[in-house]
Write a protein that binds this ligand. Structure first.
Ligand code: 6GU
Length: 233
């Protein structure tokens, strides 16, 4: 899986994803990540990449030209035109189901805006998908792009050690995950649920399922409705 990120803060992307599981996946060649600095593609003398908004108003707007030239350099080099995902609070809200869809792609290109956003014409010209990570406002698209890349990377075959775990976790089937315990059996007087020590796999599975459903009902009733709806199919 190849990720390309167009950004004014490439170190933020590379530093944030070079640790832990995504870092290991890069070293193993299971994912390839490249953050490209939009500022390297400006034609303006002082490296300027933004300007005042036409019509007035607060803040600056990222100009179309440097973004277009960055995109052009990437697609020429890789010889493909991947989907271009613009990170914006105005986009479709990112969910596990969207990650599962995007994980099927060979290449993904992210565009991170900053300041008050980007010139609308570049969105019309190169962007195929607009995505938000939730209903709150951030200073730029870098953290959202990192969230998406982390989430999609762990769905790439081989990135997680145990291939089964991606299917048994929170949000799969619209259920939250069951509680987990490890050694010792008793911690400060609190014991691990007896059933988990029984070695009876069918009972353990049934208990975990019940815990998942109960938790989802208590914490995310909205998800439980989706679970019941999909069960009826
Ligand atoms: Cl994708 N960008 C920004 N700037 N803020 C956000 C967001 C994206 N998603 C939620 N808030």
């Amino acid at each position: 899986m190849n990720f390309y990120v167009m950004t004014l803060f490439p170190e933020m992307i590379m530093n944030g994803l070079s640790n832990s599981i995504t870092g290991r996946a890069m070293q193993n060649g299971q994912i390839h990540l490249e953050a490209v600095n939009i500022r390297d593609y400006t034609l303006e003398r002082h490296g300027q990449v933004d300007d005042y908004p036409y019509g007035g108003g607060a803040g600056m707007v990222m100009q179309a030209e440097p973004i277009y030239r960055t995109w052009e350099a990437i697609i020429k080099r890789i010889g493909k035109r991947p989907r271009v995902i613009y990170m914006t609070p105005q986009g479709r809200v990112f969910r596990q189901s969207m990650a599962e869809e995007l994980a099927k792609e060979e290449d993904l290109l992210f565009l991170c805006g900053h300041y008050e956003g980007v010139d609308e014409r570049i969105i019309e010209m190169i962007v195929t998908d607009q995505v938000s990570i939730g209903d709150y406002v951030l200073t730029g698209g870098e953290l959202p792009a990192m969230v998406m890349i982390d989430c999609i990377s762990r769905l790439v075959p081989g990135v997680l050690n145990n291939s089964a775990s991606a299917e048994l976790e929170s949000f799969h089937e619209n259920l939250l995950e069951y509680p987990q315990y490890t050694r010792p059996e008793e911690f400060m007087g609190k014991r691990v649920p007896e059933i988990l020590l029984s070695g009876h796999h069918a009972n353990i599975e049934a208990w975990r399922r019940q815990q998942s459903i109960q938790r989802t009902g208590e914490r995310r009733p909205d998800l439980l409705e989706a679970y019941h709806a999909s069960k009826q199919e």
